[in-house]
Design a binder for this molecule. Structure first.
Ligand SMILES: Nc1nc2c(c(=O)[nH]1)N=C([C@H](O)[C@H](O)COP(=O)(O)OP(=O)(O)OP(=O)(O)O)CN2
Length: 163
């Protein structure tokens, strides 16, 4: 038995995406469309591999960057929301909430399979995307992945998933 635990963490000035969204809260309050510069960090915990790595943080950084690039300069729309209905056509995406309606160019949108585009659920979505890659590339058993998303200065949400 050992009391040592290892983890790697990546955060960079360029692991940031600028994206628009709106959420609902307190039942039926729906925000106006607005944007944030979302900062992202990721952490992997587990055993050491033959390189004495938990996970290659260059690989982790590059995977996270690819996800961040997908989200950058987009409108984030939830496809799992109970009341925000999102319908994607070939050229446009229509979102409706009660009497309100937004229409965006299709290529400007990212449709996320989440119930609300909160920082928490964006962190979970990013974590699930990283999970596949971490499984494929890890050289030793991985215990957990943690993703932190900062929506505004000093306002972070975290999703940690045990693998
Ligand atoms: N736990 C969470 N709390 C809140 C979330 C969230 O995702 N998780 N999200 C929001 C809203 O999206 C809100 O728009 C946050 O934006 P922010 O700009 O930080 O809020 P302000 O209205 O205070 O804007 P200022 O520009 O700072 O005045 C709320 N809570």
């Amino acid at each position: 038995m050992t009391n040592e635990r290892f983890r790697v963490r990546v955060t960079k000035d360029h692991l940031v995406f600028s994206a628009a969204h709106f959420i609902t809260f307190a039942g039926n309050i729906c925000e106006r469309l607005h944007g944030h510069n979302w900062r992202v960090a990721a952490e992997v915990a587990g055993a050491l591999d033959e390189n004495y790595y938990v996970f290659d943080f260059i690989a982790l950084r590059d995977e996270l960057q690819a996800i961040v690039d997908e989200l950058d300069h987009r409108v984030l729309l939830p496809t799992g929301h109970a009341e925000i209905k999102v319908v994607a056509g070939n050229r446009e995406v229509e979102a409706t909430f009660q009497e309100r309606r937004w229409v965006f160019p299709r290529e400007d949108c990212i449709l996320l399979p989440v119930e609300n585009t909160t920082a928490e659920l964006i962190a979970r979505w990013i974590g699930r995307r990283l999970e596949d890659v971490v499984h494929q590339k890890a050289g030793a058993p991985v215990e957990s992945i943690r993703v932190d998303v900062e929506e505004n200065f000093g306002q972070w949400a975290t999703c940690e998933m045990s693998l």
